[in-house]
Design a protein around this ligand. Sequence first.
Ligand code: RBZ
Ligand code: NIO
Length: 363
Amino acid sequence: MLAETLAAIRPADQRALAEARAHQDRLTKPRGSLGALEDVAIRLAGAAGACPPPMPSPAALAIFAADHGVHARGVSPWPQEVTVQMVANFLSGGAVANAFAAQAGVPVTVVDVGVAADLPDAPDLVKRKIAYGTADLSRGPAMTVDQAVRALEAGIVVARGLVAEGARCLIAGDMGIANTTASAALVSVFTGKDPAEVTGRGTGIDDGTHERKVAIVREALQVNGLMREEPQPAAVGSSPSEALRALAAVGGFEHAAIAGFILYGAAARVPVILDGVIAGAGALAAAALDPAATDHCVAGHRSAEPGHAAALDHLGLRPLIDLEMRLGEGTGALLAHPMVCAVVRMMHDVATFDAAGVTEKPV
Ligand SMILES: Cc1cc2ncn([C@H]3O[C@H](COP(=O)(O)O)[C@@H](O)[C@H]3O)c2cc1C
Ligand SMILES: O=C(O)c1cccnc1
């Protein structure tokens, strides 16, 4: 299924990109007046292979939940049970993601890909548990390659189901106590940046804990044979099998599932709005498996985690919103969704200078 999805991915369509650029310049507004939003409209046309691109609506949010063996090393101030407790909270509609999703008119699906507890059945819960949490990435591989592939395929299956039900925009969220540690390790591995530059404070840790978290990320890279010589060249991921091995070594089940979710969106030409550092790390893994996947992504926001900026830089994505948020769950992407819809609607609805009889600026 992974191979099939990868084989279906096409990069941005150059003709649609050119057409969208030309169309933007004919609309009744001064050229460039919508700033970076113009690039989003052009990007979506390239991704869809059509100008104007289809409306990215309705959207669907999938929150991928999993636990992390590295939690045992004290990298998060929160107990591990908060993961399963928050899953229950998402399912009863009580989390920030539910409020933002309700505001944006986006349905929420929760996917258990590796929570360290059993969950009762619920209408909006998809059960695809690979294991009861990953192994500790600072002592050896967090997942086997087979587990990573199964998590990727869980993301593919969920995206495929949502698109089959009519979703025309995919939003990936995450829940997993300690997952900013795995995110930092993935960002370091895929961007070639030092752990000290990309490891943040997650839900909020003091200086001493942060110092230990950086050391644990470094240890994870060393133990898993992912530390390169100085100066570090760009990124693991020169081959898909190397990318898969790196994802399995230091990722989480939710990172792998988010990567699969992105790959399916790219294959189906349904745009994916990325959230914070966890989704960003998943997007790096997806890009290492097929660089063309990034053409189908929009960066919803930039989180306060330093690794997120590094991930977005590496992917060449500019975030739409930058409000120092650091929550995850898909919250930043949900806020960006109406903006993405607005720019696509503009491509459909705004009159050209010719059609509206508005005089263009003399050249
Ligand atoms: C109540 C609560 C709700 C959350 N929603 C998302 N996260 C976010 O914080 C966690 C990552 O941070 P760290 O690596 O520091 O543990 C993830 O679960 C992420 O989704 C939450 C965290 C908490 C505590
Ligand atoms: O960037 C994020 O999404 C994030 C940051 C801190 C904690 N949880 C999520």
